[in-house]
Design a protein around this ligand. Structure first.
Ligand SMILES: [Zn+2]
Length: 83
């Protein structure tokens, strides 16, 4: 499985943060993002409903905190889950 490192900074606006999680095939927002918390950060398993594909994005601790404090998909259909 491909693991990409997220490239956003914690103080980036939501659209930039969301860009780190976009589907690499169709650029859609993931339909579901499941956060798996680890000791050095988190990995986010993303699923695209359009392509039926999944991918994983790795976050450092600051990025993980940003996702928790200010989820970038508010008001969107993306389902954010914590494992
Ligand atoms: Zn897609």
């Amino acid at each position: 499985m491909v693991i990409e490192a997220a490239r956003f900074r914690p103080n980036d606006p939501d659209p930039l943060v969301r860009a780190s999680f976009a589907c690499s095939l169709c650029l859609r927002e993931p339909s579901a993002a499941t956060v798996d918390h680890g000791p050095d950060g988190a990995t986010v398993l993303c699923r695209c409903a359009g392509c039926e594909t999944t991918w994983t994005v790795a976050l450092d601790l600051e990025q993980e905190l940003r996702l928790e404090l200010r989820p970038p998909w508010r008001g969107m259909s993306t389902v954010l889950r914590h494992h």
